[in-house]
Design a protein around this ligand. Structure first.
Ligand code: ZN
Length: 294
């Protein structure tokens, strides 16, 4: 019993996020006084593997999880498990998700996109299944390091917006829209592997990049695709050009990020994992001289 208590006490979890609200990624810093060989976090019904901060010192790990934009405000438990030479460790923390109100926007688009013709149904359904299967198959290792802006232009605050197309309400907007002119090169926001590169009914010419450990980027409405499925891309590599393909009212870049199954605001990912990301609040740990690295 005393041993069990000591083991539990050696695992510390510190969450860092832009805000504790729907649509926000949350970076968990997991520290221990002993080397860990694996770390997993279970939150919002998803179990996500973590990654060590240093191969030489396996006492500090991170797990990136996400609060989906449809999560209701309230207290949610995050269970963290770890494997060590002394046996499994486990602890839990509570995330207090605060309410967030997303705006509503009204758009007029080609009627065929609001009520697609029956002949388009099989294609739409097949594409929905295909993308869902991709998001369900996370790469086993972390490929991303930092996240960068895919285009230099500013983004509007469309993430989470409830759209009303031609008077008919539709699903919440699950990405950020960048106001870039047609032809602007679109850069991979982080390193990863291309897992989809083709034209889809709604999102037009689309590229999905698997960044590993449940993190995905989707770029939509491209005028041209410059990568193929299976390509390994470095962060900053051009994957296509901004266009106006699919369900759009004009040229822009749509960027969606999935984290551990959650739809999160790409701009929050830039804040949390970008080159100028703030350092997480450090958890108390027994070796204060260790270097902190992103
Ligand atoms: Zn969009």
């Amino acid at each position: 019993m005393i041993v069990a208590l000591a083991l539990t006490a050696s695992l510390t979890v510190t969450p860092t996020s832009r805000a504790m609200q729907p649509g926000e990624p949350v970076l968990l810093t997991v520290t221990s006084d002993r080397p860990l060989s694996a770390v997993h976090a279970t939150a919002f019904g998803q179990t996500t593997p973590g990654y060590e901060m240093s191969v030489a010192d396996k006492r500090e790990w991170r797990v990136l999880i996400g609060i989906d934009l449809d999560v209701k405000p309230g207290a949610y438990e995050v269970k963290v498990t770890a494997a060590s030479a002394d046996g499994p460790l486990e602890t839990a923390i509570q995330l207090n998700v605060r309410p967030k109100t997303f705006p509503t926007r009204r758009l007029s688009v080609d009627e065929a996109f609001v009520n697609p013709p029956a002949s388009a149904r099989p294609r739409i359904d097949a594409e929905a299944k295909e993308t869902a299967a991709i998001f369900d198959q996370a790469g086993a290792s972390r490929l991303w390091d930092t996240f960068v802006r895919p285009v230099p232009q500013p983004a509007n605050s469309a993430f989470g917006t409830r759209s009303v197309f031609n008077g008919q309400p539709r699903n919440a907007h699950s990405g950020a829209d960048f106001l870039s002119p047609a032809g602007t090169p679109v850069k991979a926001a982080a390193s990863g592997r291309v897992v989809l590169a083709k034209s889809l009914y709604y999102s037009g010419n689309t590229v999905i990049i698997d960044h590993g450990l449940g993190v995905f980027s989707l770029f939509a409405h491209l005028s041209r695709i410059d990568v193929r499925v299976g390509d390994d891309v470095a962060g900053g590599r051009v994957v296509g050009l901004v266009g106006a393909t699919g369900r759009v009212t004009g040229a822009h870049l749509h960027w969606t990020v999935r984290v551990a199954g959650a739809r999160v605001d790409p701009l929050a990912v830039l804040t949390l994992l970008g080159p100028r990301a703030p350092r997480p609040v450090r958890a108390p740990r027994p070796s204060p001289r260790r270097q902190w690295r992103w």
